[in-house]
Design a binder for this molecule. Structure first.
Ligand SMILES: [Zn+2]
Length: 326
């Protein structure tokens, strides 16, 4: 007790603080989510997410090369298509020559050591922008959507994806995808489920980037309600029982308590998705002179690690070396 105990002794200079610091996550703990588009020679910066781009497959290769050099060994791919490729049944998403499938083929050919996750959801490919089959009555139909998600997962895996990441928040999606993958000989493909994914207001910059905002209504009937923590925990428990290999909480920073709680309840690896709004709000704050960007990012990444994440999916991944140097 004070005055014998003085905690300031343990932080009196930078050397002792450094000795006692928890390590920052290694680059190998990070996954870089990124966006692929049709065409060639495309690298368009996303205005709502400075430092992030929409890439055609050829230009993506160059930036993934740099990513690997920096020690980050994994990407998660999202397809972005124009209106001509969108339909009510998201048929384009299932084509073996769709943009994500081609990107997977090229990435794995050029970088066999790269671990490739693909997002499995149809909202980027539906004309109505919802994450599943949409009924005339304006409802997203759960069970018919499962078949769509399963076919998409099989197509991505046959292109060479190491893992699929279903994000549609349909009940039973993990079990359906596992069965489809196993039935097609892809027993070794992992499923990283977006197991606890909230209907969050922090996805705005992503929706602008991926052009995936619903044309009408919202996603509150399928994504988790941030006001109901018991249901949010059940979502991850259910996905574990359906055979998910990795669980995930999305967004990350407003839900560190649930990350800790899920980590305590489950022995499965746990990922946190540090979403677009969490990325862009730090940039916006720094641009206004309200904080040092690198230090804010370091603090937020340390917080996600401390909460219990094994894997951090973050747009900071492609600049992580500079952030680590701080
Ligand atoms: Zn979706």
């Amino acid at each position: 007790m004070f005055p014998h105990t003085r905690l300031r002794r343990l932080r009196k200079n930078s050397a002792i603080r450094g000795m006692l610091a928890d390590p920052m996550p290694e680059p190998s703990k990070l996954v870089w989510p990124t966006f692929v588009v049709e065409g060639s020679g495309v690298k368009d910066e996303i205005s709502s997410m400075p430092g992030q781009h929409r890439y055609s497959v050829d230009t993506l290769l160059g930036d993934v090369d740099r990513l690997l050099e920096s020690g980050v060994r994994s990407v998660m791919l999202f397809g972005v298509v124009d209106g001509a490729h969108k339909s009510s049944d998201a048929a384009y998403a299932l084509r073996d020559d769709a943009v994500v499938q081609r990107a997977v083929v090229e990435l794995k050919r050029r970088f066999p050591e790269l671990f490739v996750f693909t997002d499995i959801c149809v909202c980027e490919y539906t004309s109505h922008g919802h994450c599943g089959i949409f009924s005339e009555e304006g409802e997203v139909l759960n069970d018919p959507t499962l078949e769509l998600l399963s076919k998409m997962a099989v197509s991505h895996t046959s292109a060479g994806a190491d893992a699929v990441a279903p994000s549609a928040m349909m009940d039973g999606q993990v079990a359906a995808i596992r069965e489809a993958l196993d039935g097609n000989g892809f027993q070794d493909a992992l499923i990283m489920s977006y197991s606890t994914k909230f209907a969050s207001s922090m996805y705005g910059p992503f929706r602008a980037a991926a052009d995936s905002a619903p044309a009408s209504g919202d996603r509150k009937s399928y994504q988790a309600d941030f006001r109901n923590s018991a249901a949010a925990l059940r979502e991850s428990e259910l996905d574990e029982s359906e055979g998910a290999d990795i669980l995930m909480v999305k967004p990350a920073l407003f839900y560190l308590d649930l990350i800790s709680e899920i980590k305590r309840r489950s022995l499965l690896p746990l990922a946190a998705y540090n979403v677009s709004g969490e990325y862009s709000m730090l940039i916006a704050s720094a641009e206004r002179g309200w904080g040092d960007l690198t230090m804010m990012v370091r603090e937020s990444i340390a917080a996600m690690a401390r909460a219990g994440t094994d894997i951090i999916i973050t747009y900071w991944a492609n600049g992580y070396m500079e952030i680590l140097k701080g």
